[in-house]
Every structure is written in structure tokens, then in C-alpha cells.
Design a protein around this ligand. Structure first.
Ligand code: RIB
Ligand code: CA
Length: 330
């Protein structure tokens, strides 16, 4: 009798909820998902969407389509918060980057809307259910505004102490090099969209790794790396190349920074980045520093409830890009 043996899959090191203000590549959330889907160290237990780069309708449509293109319809998607906890649209928001405040229907993604649909459970409920069923085992990779995570913390008092760890792309710390903001002079986009949620999560007691703009500013997706990636003909790489090739062709100096991709890659290989322990908090007063993150080695007046987190501040960009390209092109 012919015996067949199933090839053993290596056990994943991280069981993650992928929480994202998703848009298809070249958006960084899309590139981070392409990386995560091809990384056997990461077991994506679910994807949760949130308004940020675009509204949540677009996040849902794009992520469902991406999973179809990648032939990963097995990964479940849970629709999340349509609006931040408190931040209202104003004239500044309406005229600057980010469509988090919009109620527009999602445009059709390349190839049309996916047949795959959302799960019936809302993102925050899925987070609570999943974390409480496996206390101490689930990590959250949070690469958009933190509205879903904050809602889960509020909904279930034992949630924060049951999350293993959260890796957050967010913030910009002026006390470290490259500490300027990207939406206001000192505020980073994800924290600025939902400052109240960011503050609540940072103060929640969940073990936190913060990947702020400071480390993103030290990355560069140069043309050599792009060409190495584009040589692969997988459906996802074809999509990425179709979107990004004109940008490189039109500008020899084009070398975008990487944001959410750093948070994802540092989960797979933490030696890519340097981190330091810092107290980090977010300003939620509605003045000129709304949404600004502040980090210090010691507590300062007004930040008494703030916690110490691991802050990424430097990266080996060459090694990071090699890992990124190697994974995404598979
Ligand atoms: O500031 C960069 C962050 O804002 C990234 O997560 C990007 O996708 C946007 O959400
Ligand atoms: Ca993002």
C-alpha cells in the first residue's frame, strides 16, 4: 500500500490579529500584509479593519480583494470602527491626508470587488473573543488608528491583561532623532486620527512595542530592491509592480519610506531594529499638540499615568529590505 505523509508546517511563533487601515499596495498596509501572509512565523488569526488612510468601506473592499488575489480566502476579515473615539472631522482633516471621516462608498479594487465577504462579528468583539479564549497567546499587530483596540479594552476589563503583546506603528518622538510628525508638525498620522484611543492603549498595561516615525525615517525602498521584487511573477507582486513601476520610472530618486512593513518585519526578526525603553504618552487636549506623542526616559508632570514601552529608533535597512523582498516575492 502506498503511504502518503503530509508535509509538516513549521509552527508559527506569533498568533496575530492584523489590525489595519488597509488599502491595496503601494499603500504600506498592503505591503505589510503581503509580507505577513508569506511569513511562516506569523499565524494571522484574523484581520480587523479601521478607518484611517481611507474609510472603513475601502479598507474592507481592498483587504478582501487582496486575500483573493493572494489566494488566501482562508483568512477571515472583521469590519471595524468607522470613526475615531472622539476626533471629529474639521476643515483641517478634510483638506489633509486621510479619508477616515468619509462615508463614500468604496471604489472597485483592481479586478473588481471580491466575492469573499466580511465575517458577521465586529472587529472589537472579535478581538475580545479571540484574546479571552487564548489568554497570553495572542499578539496584535496594529498598523492603523487604535480605535478597535481601545474599544476592545473598554468592552472587556480583562482584555488588556490577556493580550500577549501589541506591536504598534504609531507616534513620533521629538526626544529621539528624526522625531517630526507627518500630519501636523509633531503628530504622526495614526495617533493623530485617534489620539484618545492611542492614549488609552498606551496606558492600558498591555506589553507594547512601538514602531514610530523615527525608525520609519531610516528606511528606504530603493529601486534595486524594487527590481529584485518585481522579477517575481506572483499575482501579488504583479499588483505591487503595476502600481509602483511608474513611480520609479518617473523619478530616479524615488525611494519611499516603509512604515507598517517595519512593524511586521520586526515581529519576524527583532534583531533588525534597535529599541529602547521609554515612557510614552499622547496629548489629547484640543490645542496645537492634539495627537502628539511624547516620550521620555523618566516621568514628567502630566504623564503620571503613562507606561514604559519598547520604542524602535533605528534599523538595519539593507537587511530589512532583503527580508522584505525575500518574503513578498515568494
Ligand atoms: O504614519 C504612517 C501610518 O499612517 C501608516 O500606518 C500609514 O499606513 C498610515 O496609517
Ligand atoms: Ca497603516
Amino acid at each position: 500500500m502506498l503511504m502518503t505523509t503530509a508535509r509538516a508546517q513549521p509552527a508559527a511563533d506569533h498568533h496575530i490579529i492584523f489590525d489595519t487601515d488597509f488599502a491595496l499596495p503601494p499603500q504600506d498596509d498592503g505591503l505589510a500584509l503581503a509580507f505577513a501572509l508569506n511569513s511562516p512565523e506569523l499565524d494571522i488569526v484574523g484581520i480587523t479593519t479601521v478607518a484611517g488612510n481611507y474609510n472603513v468601506a475601502r479598507a474592507n473592499a481592498d483587504v478582501l480583494r487582496m486575500l483573493e488575489i493572494a489566494k488566501r480566502e482562508d483568512v477571515k476579515v472583521y469590519g471595524g470602527a468607522k470613526r475615531p473615539l472622539a476626533h471629529e472631522k474639521d476643515a483641517f482633516a478634510a483638506s489633509h491626508y486621510g479619508k477616515w471621516w468619509s462615508d463614500d462608498p468604496a471604489p472597485a479594487p483592481p479586478g473588481g470587488f471580491a466575492k469573499k465577504t466580511l465575517e458577521p462579528t465586529a472587529a472589537a468583539d472579535f478581538m475580545v473573543r479571540t484574546v479571552m479564549a487564548r489568554p497570553g497567546q495572542i499578539e496584535i499587530l496594529a498598523i492603523g488608528p487604535l480605535t478597535n483596540v481601545a474599544t476592545a479594552i473598554r468592552r472587556q476589563p480583562a482584555f488588556a491583561q490577556s493580550v500577549k503583546r501589541i506591536i504598534i506603528m504609531g507616534g513620533a518622538l521629538a526626544s529621539l532623532p528624526d522625531g517630526g510628525g507627518n500630519i501636523t508638525p509633531n503628530a504622526e498620522f495614526n495617533f493623530w486620527v485617534d489620539p484618545e484611543a492611542a492614549r488609552l492603549v498606551l496606558r492600558s498595561g498591555i506589553p507594547i512595542v512601538l514602531s514610530p516615525l523615527n525608525v520609519s525615517m531610516r528606511t528606504s525602498f530603493d529601486e534595486n530592491s524594487f527590481q529584485a521584487l518585481a522579477a517575481s511573477g506572483t499575482p501579488i507582486v504583479k499588483l505591487i509592480a503595476a502600481q509602483m513601476r511608474p513611480r520609479y520610472a518617473g523619478n530616479p530618486d524615488f525611494h519611499p519610506h516603509m512604515y507598517d512593513e517595519v512593524a511586521a518585519a520586526s515581529l519576524v526578526d527583532p534583531t533588525l531594529v534597535k529599541t529602547k525603553r521609554m515612557i510614552v504618552d499622547v496629548d489629547v487636549t484640543h490645542g496645537i499638540d492634539y495627537g502628539v506623542s511624547v516620550g521620555g526616559a523618566e516621568a514628567w508632570p502630566g504623564a503620571e499615568g503613562a507606561r514604559t514601552v519598547d520604542v524602535q529608533y533605528d534599523i538595519d535597512n539593507a537587511r530589512f529590505m532583503r527580508l522584505f523582498v525575500d518574503r513578498v516575492k515568494r
